[in-house]
Design a binder for this molecule. Sequence first.
Ligand code: GLN
Length: 420
Amino acid sequence: MEIPLRSYLDDILDDVRPHDDGAVADYIPELAAADPEPLAVALCTSAGRVYSAGGPHADDEREFTIQSISKPFAYAVALQEVGVEKVLSTVGMEPSGEAFNELSLDGGTHRPVNPMINAGAIAVNQLINGEDSSVAARVEVLLDYFSRLAGRELRIDERVTGSELATADRNLALAHMLRSYGVIGDSAQDAVTGYVRQCSILVTVKDLAVIGATLALGGRQPVTGEQVLDPRVCRQVQAVMASAGMYDGAGKWMAGVGIPAKSGVAGGLMGTLPGQLGIATFSPRLDASGNSVRGTEIFRRMSEDMGLHLMSAVPARGSAVRSIRQRGLGTVIRLQGGLGFAGAEDFLATVAGHELKTNRVVVDMRRVTDVDGFGRAMVLEGLRRIREDGHRIGVIDPDGLLGDRTMDDGTSVETSDEEV
Ligand code: GLN
């Protein structure tokens, strides 16, 4: 069987190919000279399956510089390596509503307002590998992390680095400003060199989809299985990306597309759908905010067609309680699906509204697919209360979803026979 997703991606590319609005970034000579035509898209699922399309020239294999899409990942590395407190004392997390390279700092604290604009990203780069680190060692740490996130060894495009450094007046101005307020310690030249090298790491859409999926999945790289980042780091990064990732276009993006995302001036666009997917596109012509025109259109369509908008979550259909059946001297409560807040609440409310007529009551977990800490605690608490009402309780839980089954009072639930 052929998976229809691939032809769906091909069709999307064909649909948006005629759009030639926008222009390639022209303030970095090497990017100004880039071919504006490449067009590619990739998806990576939680199981690590990667689907991509790149048209007749296999643009999904084509490398381009990551540019600002490095910002959320460098932010993640800083959070992971130096901790939330230090990072938050250096850079804020409010949307700026300004262009990516605006000469702006928070009026009161003189910190950059968020890590997605250049001022913030230069400050974040400085946090990597400690204050005394050389530029080379800092970039090495980032390159190593980015490579583990992508699941292959990435490298830096030296020509783009050189080209950007030769015309880096604006970023140098930002670095001087940061240094004058003591936000960074390195010379402006070194700070910008580290940041520009970070921006010149070469990736393909497939790399970006896999890295995005890693963020979406709480830091576990779905292809290699390596836990690269902590879940809390990933949550923080995606939250900031959702509010500030698309610069001054962030509000419109969130309303129309609804996927936390980050764009880069080389034409890349990377999005994360928490718990589900990483998505990436590549097309170099940019709109006035510096976001890829055709990339934006692809995201908009995929969000619509595949129901990916974060805010359009429909209520989970079906109940967590599959059935409550009386069998002889016992009652079996069969649970099903995922048990998070909604499932646990459904279990508690359904059981509370049901008159249990037998002495023995058993919860059958065999159709439960997964359970989080809250769901587990609530199932155990429900069982404890059933026991308090005078019943003898048991569970059927061959996969150990309820852990060691210790309830609030320190006792634990015993295993029941298959059927009561
Ligand atoms: N290196 C680029 C810069 O600092 C990155 C900007 C971007 O991708 N938006 O100007």
